[in-house]
Write a protein that binds this ligand. Structure first.
Ligand code: UTP
Length: 448
């Protein structure tokens, strides 16, 4: 893009200030700034500005808005579980299942420098989060003798490092042909008045457009087409920070398929009324996810006659989507969520200023905003001790320490149930997911 083209584009979008320090930049910085301007989707910028301008407008409520109620939640046991497992195994053996990992987040709470998937969580070998996910996909491939394509969404910022990490680890044993990386979009941050923020004189502050960026990613078409070509019908979706996740477990896939669902959710009982998990609800004839910050305290605390929370279940973002449903959603605009953040900026002279208070807006799309469009939805309960211990914070709850304790408890339970092995309290272990699945590979690492 030439300087003139950039000027025209910025003027047409009310963003001329982006070139304020252009004349003072080095040749390389000038080139980089023009490339950055060229990479920005200005139609999306317009949408962000409109959303920002409308943020304080009163929300128009339908005259007779339906009440939110707790959705029906299936607890798979006995015959129902057997049927679901059989149906799921059939899908896996037929190669109709893909796995999709969203790994484009910034991991700011954890404070780890690099893609969160590279964070070393294995208690003995220091295996990264990606290892546990990839080895589970490999275990499925081995068990069902069919490839399970593994799609990994990154942001522009962590794409190179993620691909390099897989490369350096020989794709954790997976066939590189079956590992498909793609990028979500990046959006510029904005001030209250919709002006793009410069975080250096020659650089625009950009942030990933949320896990919902999956639906609107420029490269989604390529992925969805690839899935179709491979004959994929169900897409198992999960987040990078939870190494306990049961990737594409047949029961969940099978329940989804048997119910001809377009969107299935795994849900677990919340620790307490204020736990920060999205709450799936039913409103009239459709389903919605209410962010925990948006559920009223009265609703969050509401109990049933037996004293249980009425909105008992939270969503750890483990889903199965019908592929055709995702394709349909890709044609629609998703709502934007605004987050007020501290963003580094520059003063009138181009000097870098660190923000001490929130001074700008980031924009994100959330995957669960497609939930109301799904024609058929199922919710399946699971035991969080077996499947959910995310690494969100550096310390305290949902930290590496709590996650490793949960991993150890899960492995110990599995070894006791399958092999009658009892581990001592202070044993440090790590189990390769391939071993967990069928015990065929000797891959238990004992620390002490
Ligand atoms: P989180 O909401 O935990 O965000 O993401 P995060 O960016 O990883 O961490 P914080 O909030 O900065 O501390 C949940 C999942 O969604 C993915 C993350 O990689 C994680 O798997 N995600 C999030 C994306 O893929 N893209 C995004 O833009 C945001």
């Amino acid at each position: 893009m030439t300087l003139d083209e950039a000027k025209k584009l910025l003027a047409a979008n009310g963003q001329e200030h982006v070139l304020k320090f252009y004349s003072k930049l080095s040749a390389a910085q000038k080139k980089a700034l023009l490339a950055q301007i060229e990479s920005i989707d200005f139609a999306a910028v317009k949408y962000c500005r409109e959303t920002l301008a409308a943020k304080d407008a009163p929300v128009k409520k339908a005259k007779k808005e339906a009440k939110i109620v707790a959705p029906k939640v299936a607890e798979l046991k006995g015959k129902a579980l057997e049927k679901a497992v059989a149906a799921g195994e059939k899908e896996l053996a037929a190669g109709r299942v893909a796995v999709l990992l969203v790994a484009g987040g910034q991991g700011s709470r954890l404070g780890f420098d690099g893609p969160k998937g590279c964070y070393e969580i294995g208690p003995v070998t220091g295996a990264p989060l990606f290892y546990f996910h990839a080895r589970k996909v490999l275990a499925l491939t081995a068990k069902y003798e069919k490839s399970v394509p593994f799609y990994i969404m990154t942001s522009e910022a962590n794409y190179e490092a993620t691909v390099r990490h897989f490369d350096e680890h020989n794709f954790f044993g997976l066939d590189p042909e079956d590992v498909i990386f793609f990028k979500q979009g990046m959006w510029p941050g904005m001030t209250d008045d919709g002006k793009i923020i410069l975080d250096a004189p020659g650089h625009i502050f950009m942030s990933p457009d949320g896990h919902g960026g999956l639906i609107a990613s420029h490269e989604r078409t390529r992925c969805f087409k690839d899935m179709k070509k491979r004959g994929v019908k169900s897409v198992y979706f999960f987040q990078v920070d939870n190494p306990l996740v049961e990737v594409a477990d047949p029961a969940f896939i099978g329940h989804h398929v048997l119910n001809k669902a377009e969107y299935s959710l795994k849900v677990c009982a919340k620790r307490d009324w204020k736990e920060g998990l999205g709450v799936p609800v039913k409103k009239g004839s459709h389903f919605e996810m209410i962010e925990y910050t948006e559920l009223s305290e009265a609703d969050a605390k509401r109990t049933t006659a037996n004293g249980e929370l009425y909105f008992k279940y939270g969503s750890p973002a483990i889903h199965v989507f019908d592929r055709a449903f995702l394709e349909r959603e890709a044609k629609k605009a998703m709502p934007l969520h605004l987050a007020h953040k501290k963003i580094q900026t520059v003063d009138a002279k181009g000097k870098i200023v660190k923000a001490s208070e929130p001074n700008g807006w980031k924009f994100e799309k959330f995957i669960f905003d497609i939930l109301p469009d799904a024609k058929s939805v199922t919710n399946v309960a699971f035991d969080r001790a077996d499947e959910f211990a995310p690494v969100k914070n550096a310390e305290g709850s949902d930290s590496p320490a709590t996650c490793q304790a949960a991993l150890k408890a899960k492995w110990a339970k599995g070894l006791a149930a399958k092999y009658g092995i009892t581990l001592s309290e202070d044993a440090t272990i790590e189990v390769d997911p391939i071993f967990e699945l069928d015990g065929s590979a000797a891959a238990i690492f004992i620390g002490k």
